[in-house]
Structure formats: structure tokens, C-alpha cells
Design a protein around this ligand. Structure first.
Ligand SMILES: [Zn+2]
Length: 487
């Protein structure tokens, strides 16, 4: 039976919504959250509901939208260039997509998609998956169904929607692709990383496509896809027993993923474009994109992760495994390159970044892109140079680095002694440790080699890691190797 079994035909397509990283909203001059974060780093942003609003983004009658934010348009073009999509230059008419919901005070969402729309860009490819289209649209407000409160800070934020062809075949492929996508978009700094993404996933097997809306984490996306494929497979397997037709059991519909239960639930039969009553927005002029603008953006596009990886291998001669760790995060690879520019030998000192820096950040549950983290490559360079010159020990260097989060400092600003202690001081410390641990010394002399490590460790701690490990080992061996240690 097994060999006759046909592969289950799974086709998965995505609609990825990301927040464009702009200073202002799409049709008004209200600040976006990312702009605000930079200004008030320490204030509690959770308590700022409805602090970045105006008559336009709250849909006050009589208000009219301003022309679309050019920064958002530029970022959309950057994304289109990453995919190699065909950018539509004119005939771009904003559409009103009508629906009634508490989060939508105007009764419509302004978008570049819809029944009569010419979308911003068509086609292109990313990591083997074809892109159907990309377009700009505004985000609705945030409605809390429990409290009934509406926060308009989100209303009017510029969103990019990326639609793919249904070319994925399982959840793993989708998650890996989305990770690559987010990394590439972070390299062009086009999408707000902290804001996350919202993804609509459509899955079709034997029947019509089933759409799952608003999945906002990779984990949820994975679980929802796996559940939905299994659900459809089960239905198809029981089809003959029930005597039903495929279109009856797998109709086109929209389902919601219930995270707590781990299942998808039918929300509604899939709406057609006509349900949204798309009409051109009379308040906004046709949008035009000049060739000059596209050429300008093209010329200033930063390196994509793969290109950067190749260059790291070539110019810095680093290991591929290290280059992969670095290029997984733009801030980290930028940090690395800044460190090299400070005159640090990349290959020799790689562990200071890929091991030590990441260790300290992870320990503090921080990352380089966090607003409150300020670690300067120049400070780490100074530290590495001091270690290389032998002025401070590697262990002391690592200990100083522990204090580099959230803010690094110059060694000159470091309070307390940090420089290496000399051999005479080491010997004094060794004698002290021997004196305080006579039984351990006896163990060593009786043949227990491991006791030596204990004694050396004690000296290193006493010296506050300013003693050179090799020197301590040598001195300690010499002292306890003698029958009469002279104490
Ligand atoms: Zn506004």
C-alpha cells in the first residue's frame, strides 16, 4: 500500500505584514513608536496610549490625509529591490478598503491593493519562492476586546504587505524562509524588528485554500500549518466513508488559530474582494515614483547577508562558522567590522565577539540593537589591545567585559586596579594559599594531581584575575614541589 500512496499535495502561500521603520505615520505627521522610543528611552511606553494621534489618524470627520510618507515609499522600493520585483511607477491609486470594526474609525483602510488597484510591485523571488506582489497600506488602530479601549497610536502606521506564490510545502520551509526574510529586511533597516510580523497563511491540499489570519510568531505559524495540514489530511482520508464531496468538506474559508487549544477554528467563508467595496480614495492624488528615485535607492542598497558573508570570508579570512554567526545579526557584523577598523586582528580575536560578547549579552538578556545597550567597538578594541600587550590578563579582560552591558567604558575610566601583577606578587599570593590550604598541598604531594588546580584557582581569585595563569602555575609547582616550602 505504502508504495502506491501518492504524496499529499500541500501548497502553502503567505501574506506577510511588516511595520516599515519610519519616523512618521503614512498619511499624517504623527510619530511612530520607533521614533518615539529613541526620544524617550526610559519612559514606560505601555502607558502612552493615544499619545501619538491627530485628526487624520483617528478618522475625525473633515480631516484629509496628507500625501503618502516618502520614507515609507522609499522603504517599500528597497524591499522590492531585494526581491527583484517590477516596481510600478505610475497609475498608483490609493484604494479604500471598507469594513466596519472598532479598530477602524473611518470605516475603511487605505491601501495600494484591492479589486481595481495597481499594486506597488509585482513578481520577483526570494530564496526560491516567487513573490506575487508587494504593496503599502496603513495599519488600523489597536482594539482591546476585553476592555473595549482603542489605542490609535498604531492607526496609520505604514505597513508593507508581501504576498508569495503558494510554493511552500511544509512548515519548516516556511519558518526558515521567514527567518531569512526578516534577516534580509533587517539589513536594509526597512522593517521594525521589535514590532514583529503578522502573517496570513493559506494552506491548500486537495480542496480549496484555507486561510489562517494574523499569526504573529514563527512558533504559531509552524503549529498552525502543521495542525491544518493534518486536519485536511484526516478529512480527505474519511471522505469515502462519509460519501461527501471534496468541495463540501474543504471549502474556501478563513480559520483562526487557537493557540491555547492548538487547533484552527472556522471564522467565516472566505470573503471575496467585492465584500470590501474597494473604491479609489478621492482625497489622495495618484502616486508617482520617478526612475531617478529608484536608481538612487538602488545605488545605496546595503549588502545583503549572503554578500556580506562572502566578503567576510574573503577579506578577513575568518572561518565560515564564525562568519555565519556574525552575519545572522546586522548589529553584530557591523560591530565586528568596526572592531577590525580599530586595528584588531579579526581572526585571532574572533572569540571576543562570537563567544565573549554574545556570552555577556545573553547573560544580561540583551542584544546589541536594544535601545539601552551602548557597547562601543573602540572600548572593546582598547581592552583587546591591553590583553595582547600583556598589560592585563585574558581572564581580567573577560571580567571587565562583564561590566560592558549595558554601557561599555574606556579602561581609563575603570575604577580599581586591572593591570597584571608581577611575579613577586604572584609568589606572595601562592604562599598565602599554600599556608591556608595545607591539607590540599599534602594531597598534591601524596600524588593527587587535581589538587594543583584548586590551589591555582584560589590564587587567581585572590589576585582578582590579575595574575597570569602560566606564571601562577609555574610558581605554584615550584613552591609545592619543594619539600620545605619555606613558609
Ligand atoms: Zn496622526
Amino acid at each position: 500500500m505504502v508504495e502506491n500512496e501518492k504524496a499529499f499535495p500541500v501548497k502553502i502561500g503567505l501574506e506577510v505584514h511588516g511595520y516599515l521603520d519610519t519616523v512618521e505615520k503614512l498619511f499624517c505627521m504623527c510619530r511612530t513608536e520607533s521614533a518615539e522610543r529613541l526620544e524617550i528611552r526610559d519612559s514606560k511606553l505601555e502607558n502612552d496610549a493615544n499619545s501619538r494621534i491627530c485628526p487624520i489618524c483617528t478618522g475625525t470627520p473633515g480631516s484629509k490625509p496628507m500625501a503618502a510618507n516618502e520614507e515609507a515609499v522609499r522603504k517599500m522600493i528597497q524591499i522590492a529591490l531585494v526581491f527583484g520585483s517590477k516596481i510600478n511607477m505610475d497609475g498608483l491609486v490609493w484604494q479604500r478598503k471598507h469594513y466596519d470594526w472598532a479598530d477602524n474609525p473611518k470605516g475603511y483602510q487605505t491601501t495600494m491593493s484591492g479589486a481595481h488597484a495597481k499594486v506597488n510591485a509585482l513578481g520577483g523571488k526570494f530564496k526560491g519562492i516567487e513573490i506575487t506582489e508587494i504593496h503599502l497600506e496603513e495599519d488600523p488602530a489597536q482594539w482591546n476586546p476585553d476592555s473595549g479601549r482603542i489605542n490609535y497610536n498604531r492607526s496609520g502606521l505604514p505597513l508593507i504587505e508581501i504576498v508569495t506564490e503558494p510554493q511552500f510545502s511544509d512548515s519548516d520551509q516556511v519558518v526558515q524562509w521567514l527567518k531569512s526574510l526578516l534577516l534580509s529586511l533587517s539589513y536594509i533597516k526597512s522593517v521594525r524588528k521589535n514590532a514583529g510580523i503578522k502573517v496570513d497563511v493559506n494552506v491548500s491540499t486537495y480542496g480549496e485554500r484555507v486561510e489562517m489570519k494574523n499569526l504573529n510568531s514563527l512558533e504559531k505559524i509552524r503549529k498552525a500549518i502543521d495542525y491544518e495540514i493534518a486536519r485536511q489530511l484526516e478529512i480527505v482520508e474519511k471522505l469515502e466513508i462519509r460519501g461527501q464531496k471534496l468541495e463540501e468538506v474543504l471549502p474556501r474559508e478563513t480559520r483562526a488559530y487557537d493557540e491555547a487549544k492548538g487547533i484552527t477554528i472556522k471564522m467565516r467563508s472566505k470573503e471575496g474582494a467585492s465584500d470590501y467595496r474597494f473604491v479609489p480614495c478621492p482625497d489622495l492624488a495618484e502616486m508617482k515614483i520617478s526612475k531617478k528615485m529608484v536608481a538612487e535607492i538602488k545605488a545605496s542598497m546595503p549588502e545583503m547577508p549572503e554578500v556580506k558573508l562572502e566578503r567576510l570570508l574573503k577579506t578577513h579570512n575568518v572561518l565560515e562558522s564564525d562568519a555565519k554567526i556574525l552575519t545572522r545579526n546586522l548589529e553584530l557584523v557591523d560591530f565586528f567590522e568596526a572592531l577590525v577598523a580599530e586595528g584588531i586582528d579579526a581572526k585571532k580575536n574572533m572569540a571576543w565577539i562570537t563567544v565573549e560578547l554574545l556570552r555577556v549579552l545573553n547573560w544580561n538578556k540583551k542584544s546589541l540593537e536594544d535601545e539601552d545597550v551602548d557597547i562601543r567597538p573602540s572600548h572593546l578594541a582598547e581592552l583587546i589591545k591591553a590583553v595582547e600587550m600583556g598589560g592585563i590578563t585574558t581572564l581580567k579582560g573577560k571580567q571587565i567585559m562583564n561590566d560592558f552591558v549595558p554601557k561599555s567604558f574606556s579602561l581609563k575610566e575603570h575604577k580599581g586596579e586591572i593591570s597584571n601583577i608581577d611575579e613577586e606578587a604572584v609568589e606572595n599570593l601562592c604562599r598565602q594559599v599554600i599556608d591556608e590550604n595545607k591539607h590540599v598541598v599534602d594531597d598534591y604531594r601524596a600524588g593527587k594531581e587535581a589538587s594543583l588546580n584548586f590551589l591555582i584557582g584560589a590564587v587567581m581569585r585572590l589576585s582578582e584575575r590579575r595574575a597570569d595563569f602560566k606564571v601562577v602555575t609555574g610558581v605554584m609547582k615550584r613552591l609545592i614541589g619543594e619539600r620545605d616550602d619555606g613558609v
